[in-house]
Design a protein around this ligand. Structure first.
Ligand SMILES: Nc1ncnc2c1ncn2[C@@H]1O[C@H](COP(=O)(O)OP(=O)(O)OP(=O)(O)O)[C@@H](O)[C@H]1O
Length: 296
């Protein structure tokens, strides 16, 4: 791709980023590694050489990404770049034609969505997927279900330990609702709530699973500026206890909350790095300017 001059980035102006303070300079010693060697810890989750074809269309072409513990890793790219397909691979909805997913240093040969909760992975989807017939509290409790210790028979015969189990799940759900600020809606049904509140409920349900990895698909879509700013703060706070992979169009959110960003275009990784690095990367600027040209 031809180098381009310093034209204005379509991703917004450069500004100081708080994560830049985390860059560690290794002392010069005889054992100092080559500059190209990454000194990152082992990734919690990684995709290695993932390719997905839909008929003749290559939606993902040899895509690799490594999400380190306690980081927010963003996946961005113009329309049709392959973001949703990548998210669906990470959730086990789409099986890659080639490539491997890694979880805690082990390959995951054929990830299925039903495995996620048991592995410690939770996700929120663009479509939210809340149960219309359940209250907010009940929806969030579904997320906590992996902590249920008693089986169907105990619940059926109302054994005491089933009651204790239920209480624990309710407490877990209540904590998740408090964390995202929806506790006042606990008894309501999702259909009666505004979309931004429903989005929070979906996030609470994911958090009730106490995941090590949280996958967020378009978490900012449909949110106004205030809700988006609160979401950004919440996501940053979550890194105390989990890793987040975030797929979103909203550059303000992605640039302000992510530690690292992988940029896709036409199914390929065109850049990877800190927000400051990708913002000024000519390949990224070209991808977004190309999109503007394509869509007028
Ligand atoms: N199930 C499918 N069958 C055929 N083609 C698909 C399918 N899903 C996605 N694609 C194609 O794969 C490519 C990548 O699509 P994808 O939805 O992953 O991109 P995206 O970056 O999420 O786009 P957007 O930002 O518009 O949601 C597109 O060309 C899309 O038309």
């Amino acid at each position: 791709m031809a180098a381009i001059g310093r034209r204005a980035s379509p991703l917004g102006p450069s500004k100081p980023q708080r994560w830049e303070a985390r860059v560690v300079t290794l002392p010069e010693t005889s054992e100092t590694r080559l500059p190209s060697a990454r000194s990152d810890p082992a990734p919690l989750f990684a995709a290695d050489g993932v390719t997905v074809r839909f008929g003749g269309l290559v939606a993902l072409d040899d895509v690799s990404l490594a999400a380190q513990p306690h980081e927010v890793h963003g996946v961005i790219g113009p329309n049709g770049a392959g973001k949703t397909t990548f998210f669906n691979v990470c959730c086990g909805f789409v099986r890659p034609d080639t490539g491997t997913l890694w979880w805690r240093g082990e390959p995951v040969p054929a990830l299925r969505p039903a495995q996620l909760a048991g592995m410690g992975i939770a996700r929120t989807l663009q479509g939210l997927g809340l149960f219309a017939g359940l209250t907010v509290a009940e929806n969030v409790m579904v997320g906590a279900d992996r902590f249920r210790r008693t089986g169907f028979a105990s619940a059926l015969f109302a054994l005491p330990r089933a009651g204790a189990d239920e209480r624990r799940l309710r407490e877990r759900a209540a904590a998740a609702m408090r964390e995202v600020g929806v506790e006042d809606y606990a008894a309501r049904h999702p259909g009666s709530l505004p979309y931004p509140v429903r989005k929070r409920v979906a996030l609470a349900r994911a958090l009730a699973a106490d995941p090590e990895l949280l996958l967020l698909d378009e978490p900012a879509s449909g949110l106004g500026a205030d809700d988006m700013a609160e979401l950004g703060e919440l996501v940053r706070a979550l890194t105390e206890r989990m890793t987040v992979i975030l797929v979103d169009h909203h550059m303000d959110l992605v640039m302000s909350v992510c530690d690292r960003i992988t940029v896709l275009d036409f199914g390929r990784v065109v850049a990877e790095g800190s927000p400051a690095q990708v913002r000024d990367d000519p390949a990224v600027i070209d991808a977004y300017l190309g999109e503007e040209a394509r869509h007028g």
